[in-house]
Write a protein that binds this ligand. Structure first.
Ligand SMILES: NC(=O)CC[C@H](N)C(=O)O
Length: 368
């Protein structure tokens, strides 16, 4: 076997794990989080919500079906680092454009393999997510310097880092006079949110996350879609203030993940950081209105604190069946509903895609 270059993962609690380098060589700091999906690594790598994070995959072999051009959820990878047990050198898929190693090299993602990712995940579940560094340049005499940098690291201005800067008119899959005009606020949107709207005949205009309510309403939208996105929701004070104005306008609003959290903050509720979050493709969510449970795709580290939702404003409509945390809110006072999970799937089950149809119904009722 040819000599493989070594790499290390050092955690903020001092744990040092040794493995082998793949993807890019170098050094990268981030918040270490784990994803439990058995498939969908390309969607994970290209989901902007992972900005600032080093992703650990619990599934033991990653890259079996390679990387293709169709499954990109954005134009590039946003992860700070990537940790796997084993990666697959000989992918099998008729769509393969490159191996995962080639992709990670091209994207400059410092990655490590040969790690006991399930043991690492148990540690993160017990201690909570923490900062870490993936490096091909570890030496014992650098340990203190690296630990100091890990104490300093935090994810800030995350939405600004991933959002587009120009308004983009995307049109609909099929243009017709019934097409609803939707403004998609880009906090780091996944492409399947856009596709899910376009395939239902919506004409979508994507606007930067920091666009004012006034500019959005000037586009006379039938509905406003608030996207997913990275970072601590509470840091987005300016965006939260604009969302409050949008809610008061009466235009139907549908929020996903960060969009859900920002809406809750705009209506006076609070968000909390979860110990280790929900990232994967099999999170059970109970729809309390219909007494039904769905298996959902998720990627979040924060959640709305259910106790802070004002009952006169809205109510918790969905909860996570594993830990009881808030997964959805229906607003009484506004033309709005939001979910913490991902109805657009990509990766994961499409069972909750019907929520996009509910958004269309809301726009229908909205007067068009
Ligand atoms: N996917 C998302 O929108 C994530 C929202 C937020 N950044 C969180 O981690 O909770």
């Amino acid at each position: 076997m040819s000599e493989q270059k070594k790499a290390w993962l050092l955690l903020a609690d001092g744990t040092l794990l040794e493995g082998y380098s793949f993807g890019a060589a170098g050094e990268s700091f981030g918040e270490v989080v784990f994803n439990t999906g058995m498939t969908g690594y390309q969607e994970v790598l290209t989901d902007p919500s992972y900005y600032g994070q080093i992703v650990v995959q619990t599934y033991p072999i990653i890259g079996n079906y390679g990387i293709n051009t169709d499954d990109m959820e954005s134009q590039k990878s946003w992860v700070q680092g990537y940790v796997v047990s084993e990666w697959c050198k000989y992918p099998s898929n008729f769509r393969v454009a490159m191996t995962i190693d080639e992709f990670l090299k091209k994207e400059g993602i410092v990655s490590i393999c040969g790690i006991a990712t399930r043991t690492l995940t148990k540690k993160l579940r017990e201690a909570g997510v923490m900062n870490g560094v993936v490096t091909t340049e570890y030496r014992e005499d650098r340990r203190e310097e690296l630990l100091e940098k890990l104490r300093q690291f935090s994810i800030v201005d995350a939405v600004k880092a991933v959002s587009c800067t120009e308004v983009q008119k995307m049109g609909a899959a099929e243009e017709g006079d019934k097409a609803y005009r939707v403004v998609l606020m880009d906090f780091g949107y996944k492409r399947n949110i856009l596709r899910s709207l376009q395939s239902r005949g919506c004409q979508v205009t994507v606007v930067p996350g920091h666009t004012s309510a006034e500019d959005i309403l000037a586009l006379s939208p039938d509905g406003i879609m608030l996207s997913n996105g990275p970072g601590d929701p509470a840091e987005n004070t300016a965006i939260i203030a604009e969302i409050a104005k949008l809610l008061h306008s009466g235009v139907p609003v549908f929020g996903i993940c960060l969009g859900h959290q920002l809406t809750a903050l705009a209506t006076g509720a609070k968000t909390i950081k979860l110990k280790y979050g929900h990232r994967g493709a099999n999170q059970p969510v109970k729809d309390l209105d219909h007494d039904r449970t769905y298996i959902t795709s998720q990627n979040h580290g924060y959640a709305v604190d259910g106790g802070t939702v004002d009952e006169s404003v809205g109510y918790v409509s969905h909860v996570n069946a594993n830990d009881g945390t808030v997964e959805g809110i229906r607003y009484r006072k506004y033309n709005c509903f939001t979910v913490q999970f991902h109805p657009e799937a990509s990766a994961g089950p499409k069972d909750t895609a019907y929520l996009f149809d509910e958004f269309i119904d809301l726009m229908k009722k909205g007067g068009k």
